[in-house]
Ligand binder design. Structure first.
Ligand code: SF4
Length: 497
């Protein structure tokens, strides 16, 4: 049963109170507690927040109950509101929201004895705050102070944000100037088996579904390609993800890549990524097709180098498969290879993660992406009520992983966070300098037009004048996508005019 934490206030309006939802949930992530404002018949805990609104320094009072018993009471004096109102802040939140979040983090840190490495930041793209501060012309020293004192971000995460911002700078500058270039994402939402933690719209294999899906995908590529040509746009980053794109047989793979080549206007300097994902879906024939079609980046994702865990999470391949696939890929192409690993898999602690990391580092991939497990609705892990260890535990492991990877010369170049992520951490992409993936930066920072083709994809149409964008979604369900792809394309066309 999911434990409910009920958040109540008679002095703060629902909208402001609700903005603390993710923040409160993050402190209880290992216990799967949902913050909710709705009246619940039964709940495990109730958090009552009272706000006195006195200027200049308001006071927040917190009381936490387990049913009728009060467990803790705490008063927090907020920062001077006048000072806060005079600051140039990069976010959209009101002063009251910020003060409430600061007070909530302070109380919950004290009450749960957990750490909030990201302070009051709850969005999935913390890098955007750095970009906004750049746009506002805020000097570096003030940026650091704002992150530390207003957003309560810990010093390691500030250093991480600064490193990522530095690595991304040339990419983002280029996206700003070269508005004639765009990215293309193509989804192959099929996998050989379903991973324990998967909440993606991946469908297990059915050859007739794949055939029909591919036929529609090719038609959509033709439509998108024609639109791009009419608008004078070229694609400088193609990313085929999923799912597991290499689950396609060689003929299907060739059909897809040939269609991209035929219909889509591709830039001469093209980054072309295919997620090989599962090592057991790769063979020499498929690698030759990828090479022939100018693919220059692939992902081989072990997630862990522990056979027992691979079995536990239903990956359907072994550590030996990872080694064989990696060797085959290195022998049969001159690509940049990324490897994904996940922190927080069932049954894994420091020992297993350290062993996985060492084995991956020995292979010397050009990119490593370190995910922290996020248990989302729709996954078997969610249904099982899977819980992970405390925040502190994961912070220490992540620090070790970060140090080990960066000491090999790889740099963090993009990061994003997710709801219900283990240890309230983040996912970080590392690359050897010069081997960063443009598409990953584009999708996270949302500074370039991105065209999504296939079920569950999103198209992001930029308004470069005010640095905003519009998202247009394809439905996740395969059949709904296949029936309605032209309608979605029509919306993309309209938004693009
Ligand atoms: S490989 Fe990725 S998309 Fe496929 S089942 Fe596993 S988590 Fe889901």
């Amino acid at each position: 049963m999911i434990e409910i934490i009920l958040v109540e206030s008679d002095t703060i309006d629902d909208k402001v109170l609700f903005s603390c939802h993710s923040l409160i949930a993050a402190f209880f992530s290992g216990k799967k507690i949902q913050a909710t404002l709705k009246e619940q018949q039964s709940y495990k805990y109730k958090l009552k927040i009272h706000f006195n609104g006195c200027r200049p320094q308001p006071v927040f009072k917190f009381e936490i109950f387990s049913q009728a018993n009060m467990l803790e009471s705490y008063s927090h004096q907020g920062t001077d509101m006048g000072i806060m109102e005079r600051l140039t802040l990069p976010g959209k939140e009101s002063v009251l929201q910020i003060l409430l979040k600061q007070a909530t983090v302070t109380f919950l840190t004290k009450y749960t004895k957990e750490i909030a490495p990201w302070g009051i930041l709850t969005g999935i793209r913390p890098g955007k705050l750095m970009l906004k501060m750049d746009e506002l012309g805020i000097p570096d020293v003030t940026k650091t102070r704002l992150l530390e004192e207003i957003y309560l971000v810990n010093s390691d995460k500030i250093v991480l944000l600064q490193a990522v911002a530095k690595a991304q700078k040339p990419f983002l500058q280029n996206m700003k100037v070269r508005t004639d270039l765009a990215s293309l994402y193509v989804s192959i939402p099929f996998c050989p088996t379903r991973c324990y933690y998967c909440s993606f719209p991946s469908n297990t294999l059915d050859s007739s579904d794949i055939e029909k899906y591919l036929a529609v995908l090719v038609k959509e590529l033709e439509l998108v390609g024609e639109m791009l040509k009419n608008k004078g746009l070229r694609i400088n980053a193609v990313y085929i993800g999923g799912g597991t794109p290499t689950v396609l047989n060689p003929q299907e793979l060739a059909k897809l890549l040939d269609a991209i080549k035929k219909y889509v206007p591709l830039d001469k300097k093209l980054e072309y990524t295919v997620e090989a994902g599962r090592p057991d879906t790769i063979n020499q024939e498929k690698l030759s097709i990828l090479e022939r079609c100018s693919v220059n980046r692939i992902s081989i994702n072990p997630q862990t180098m522990q056979d027992a865990t691979l079995q536990r999470i239903g990956r359907g391949h072994t550590v030996e498969d990872v080694y064989k696939c990696y060797e085959l890929a290195r022998k049969n192409g001159n690509w940049i290879i990324n490897m994904d690993i996940i922190l927080g898999l069932p049954g894994e602690g420091f020992r297993e993660i350290d062993d996985t990391l060492n084995k991956v580092l020995e292979l010397n991939p050009d990119n490593i992406t370190v995910h922290s497990l996020a248990i989302k609705k729709g996954s078997n892990a969610w249904a099982d009520n899977y819980t992970s260890n405390s925040l502190k535990h994961w912070l220490e492991i992540q620090k070790h992983v970060h140090t080990s990877i960066t000491s090999r010369g790889l740099i963090p170049y993009y990061l994003y966070r997710q709801k219900y992520i283990v240890g309230n951490l983040e996912n970080i992409g590392y690359a050897s300098p010069g081997n960063e993936c443009h598409y990953n930066i584009a999708i996270i920072e949302e500074k370039q037009n991105i065209f999504g083709v296939g079920a569950g994809t999103v198209t992001k149409i930029m308004n470069f004048e005010n640095a905003t964008h519009k998202n247009i979604y394809h439905p996740i369900d395969l059949r709904t996508y296949m029936q309605g792809y032209e309608d979605v394309h029509f919306k993309v066309r309209q938004a693009f005019n």
